[in-house]
Design a protein around this ligand. Sequence first.
Ligand code: SF4
Ligand code: SF4
Ligand code: SF4
Length: 378
Amino acid sequence: MATVKNWQIGREMEYPFPESRPQRQFAAVFDLNKCIGCQTCTMACKTTWTVGKGQEYMQWNNVETKPYGAYPMGWDVRILDKLGPQRWQGQTYVGKTVFEAAPQGEKVLGYLPEELDWTHSNAGEDEAAQSLDRGAYETMPVHRHWFFYLPRICMHCTYPACLAACPRQAIYKRAEDGIVLVDQARCRGYRECVKACPYEKAFYNPVLRISQKCIGCYPAVEQGIQPRCVTTCIGKIRLMGFLSKPDEVRAERPLDFLVYVRKVALPLYPQLGLEGNVYYIPPVHVPREFLRQMFGPGTDQAIETYLKGKDDPELLGLLHLFGDTKEIVESFKAFPATGEAAGYDRKGREIVRVPFREPNYLRPFYDAARQVYRHNIS
Ligand code: SF4
Ligand code: SF4
Ligand code: SF4
């Protein structure tokens, strides 16, 4: 085991290989306040990449409803339960990661889901917590029901558990963008990666007898285009880009700004120790204790910053760039004087410009010229 730095848990940890960060890391931010659970992202990935034999139950992108939904069944409850007590002291995690808690003779603590666990991806969908909790409905107008949608893809982790566990060394992390791929020719289908990935984002294809996973839409990313699940997102909740190394932060990079500078986007279950690279803006209406166990000690600060976003031109402008261009936004700039934000490609060319506020057009209820009644929707 090597000793590596994991900034998400505020300390060094043990990992089977020495630290080796790519120059720029594939990363994404999902704003959970905006996801409507439409599953367009799921279908976009499905129809692009997993329509083959043996991929019937494979969802490289899935959207589950929290608190009750999980794909595969109970994945987070099961791995967190196995991991045992998870304690933080300030920004430092003092419990064990899945690498440090590995059983004797194994590289990672994990479990292999049953085949049936993959067949109910929509279980728990739209089910709210606390709906009948101590007759809460009788205490109206206090509205205590809550749920939220959690879209998930492979995290293209800095310390991938799938890669650590593979006995064939068939999984590799690309030096140029940090995308984690399975070499299909080397893989022998031992399923060690399926067992090891605590996010359950490595899948077994029983027809081809190999493992498969999200490829980060690398053919698009290589052309400067964001992945399918990002560009098709109806709620415009997603932004894919590149994250710098933690000690080389560049505030003009959208991902660096959201993750390192404003700290409004947080990793999912950072205590697992993989330093995943999909970050979430937590939903503001959900009980904090639920969010803290999911997104770590930065939760309260992130929500506070997000709620003040309307007075923060840079944050406000950047949040408006989500979903407004297919191209990868390499840098951005806010223009408070004109109330606009612009995004630029790698060569510094402007590729998108949006206003902070969409204009409102109020139309008369009755249009005499066309003799029709119109409703305004805002
Ligand atoms: S999320 Fe899982 S499958 Fe993806 S890189 Fe991390 S460990 Fe591997
Ligand atoms: S990045 Fe591409 S391969 Fe990965 S989940 Fe999204 S659409 Fe699927
Ligand atoms: S397409 Fe976007 S809004 Fe719809 S479920 Fe997926 S992430 Fe949520």
